[in-house]
Design a binder for this molecule. Structure first.
Ligand code: PGA
Length: 253
């Protein structure tokens, strides 16, 4: 599977700022820089439609940071999967830990969102999992990840043409400057792969599912992760707000 680098701009930029950063991305992320990797930028919902023409003709793809699970209806403030696809999105982040923390999003909702995206669109869901610091201190991380994956994806099937990305983001590593050790990243990705094989079978895991790491990745530590066999890519928050640094991370992978 192609290496994958996803930029999560969170709610850090306004509309004009998002367009300006998008233009920088389109300038520095040339086909030569990107090569055969998949690079996705995820701005806020309002900026999506404006960025579609900016990325047109560049290798950068567009992703959303959230989605709802119904096709249409009385769901004030929500955006349907089909609308995101219409705005040019090829990917969508689902269940980011900041949504789980601040908006009480849970894995039942994450399940419904993932299912709807796969059923209604060609977009690739980027499903986030990860343990808290307390869970890690009590050595519960393996159980937590298995449980999150089961709740998010249990009973789902992927068509041969469909892709799924799992983003492993230990919550204690997000935006904190604390990075997981390469040894721990390998172990956690092994656990995730084992659970995914249980859920989807070995062929789907090999051909249709990527597992990426996220949490305080910068241009200085990206190479460490690039070297790990079972890490298929990276989800970048803070360091994606600087186009030059983000391009360095893309190159490092
Ligand atoms: P960070 O964020 O790179 O700033 O730690 C990653 C994320 O939350 O996706």
């Amino acid at each position: 599977m192609k290496k994958m680098i996803i930029a999560n701009w969170k709610m850090k930029l306004g509309l004009a700022e998002s367009i300006a950063l998008g233009k920088e991305y389109a300038r520095v992320l040339t086909p030569e820089t990107v090569g055969d990797k998949t690079v996705v930028a995820c701005p806020n919902h309002v900026a999506l439609a404006a960025l579609q023409p900016v990325f047109n003709g560049s290798p950068v793809r567009l992703g959303a940071q959230n989605v709802f699970w119904e096709e249409a209806g009385a769901y004030t403030g929500e955006v349907a999967p089909g609308t995101l696809a219409e705005a040019g999105c090829t990917h969508v982040i689902i269940g980011h830990s900041e949504r789980r923390q601040h908006l009480l999003e849970n894995y039942q909702m994450i399940h419904q969102k993932t299912k709807a995206v796969l059923a209604d669109t060609d977009m690739v869901p980027v499903v986030c999992i990860g343990e808290t610091l307390a869970e890690r201190e009590h050595d519960k991380q393996d159980y937590v990840l298995a449980d999150q994956l089961q709740q998010a994806l249990g009973g789902m099937r992927l068509l041969d043409s469909q892709q799924l990305i799992i983003a492993y983001e230990p919550i204690w590593a997000i935006g904190s400057g604390k990075v997981i050790t390469p040894e721990d990243a390998i172990t956690m990705h092994e656990i995730i792969h084992a659970v995914l094989v249980d859920l989807f079978g070995i062929d789907a895991v090999k051909n249709n599912i990527a597992v990426v790491y996220g949490g305080s990745v910068t241009r200085d530590n990206a190479k460490k992760f690039a070297a790990l066999d079972n890490v298929d890519g990276l989800l970048i928050g803070g360091a994606s707000l600087d186009a030059a640094e983000f391009a360095d991370i893309v190159t490092a992978l």
